[in-house]
Design a protein around this ligand. Structure first.
Ligand SMILES: N[C@@H](CCC(=O)N[C@@H](CS)C(=O)NCC(=O)O)C(=O)O
Length: 200
């Protein structure tokens, strides 16, 4: 199988971390592309009609896309248990919380990096950041027990989302007022799967 990949993408990183945590690195070749909404890579477009990544090209079926579909597929493929039946709806919601942070922070990056400066809209960027802050605050106040539970896909998503804030929006200082979450993230970031997938 081939995973259409970019090192900086937090959605892709979820899948790359899962592959390492579940011992599937030999089965999935990571194909690195450079893609953006304004310059879509042809391999990304061939695998996913919207051109978004990650996409997983399989020899025995259509390519899969959307990180949540791919992570469910790869988890089920080896029975890894990162979506435990007992806590399924909580884990899915925790994963969605990480993904929502990614949606807002990736949108902010596109606005600030791809849009001509005179067309950028500060209020819109601030509104996206407020969504991120709401999610970060909820993670610390409501989700620490799930974050400290045995490894699940929600934790991987949240860690990849927080790492992406550090990569692109570090100056906004999400750690302020979120010491408990920051301590959890520091420890989670030490996992070999996180270290190996850390973007330059
Ligand atoms: N919901 C999708 C979002 C994927 C996504 O937005 N990926 C970004 C990279 S971080 C992308 O492919 N951007 C290029 C584009 O929008 O054409 C998922 O979970 O996989």
């Amino acid at each position: 199988m081939q995973l259409i990949t970019a090192a900086a993408s937090p959605f892709v990183r979820k899948v790359r971390v899962l592959i390492r945590e579940t011992g599937q690195l030999e089965d999935v070749q990571e194909v690195f592309v450079a893609t953006a909404p304004t310059a879509v890579d042809p391999q990304a477009k061939a695998a996913n009609p919207t051109g978004r990544i990650p996409a997983l090209v399989r020899p025995d079926g259509p390519a899969l896309y959307d990180s949540r579909v791919i992570t469910r597929y790869l988890d089920a493929r080896v029975g890894a248990g990162l979506y435990p039946e007992r806590d399924l709806w909580d884990v899915l919601t925790l994963e969605a919380t990480g993904d929502e942070i990614m949606n807002s922070t990736v949108a902010m990056s596109y606005e600030l990096r791809l849009r001509p400066q005179d067309k950028q809209w500060d209020d819109w960027v601030d509104a996206q950041w407020n969504k991120v802050l709401g999610a970060v605050t909820a993670l610390q106040s409501r989700w620490m027990a799930h974050l400290n539970a045995p490894l699940n896909m929600g934790q991987i998503s949240v860690a990849c989302a927080l790492a992406y804030i550090d990569l692109r929006h570090d100056q906004r200082n999400w750690r302020q007022g979120h010491d408990t979450l920051a301590a959890w993230f520091a420890e989670f970031s030490e996992r070999p799967s996180m270290m190996e997938t850390k973007p330059e």
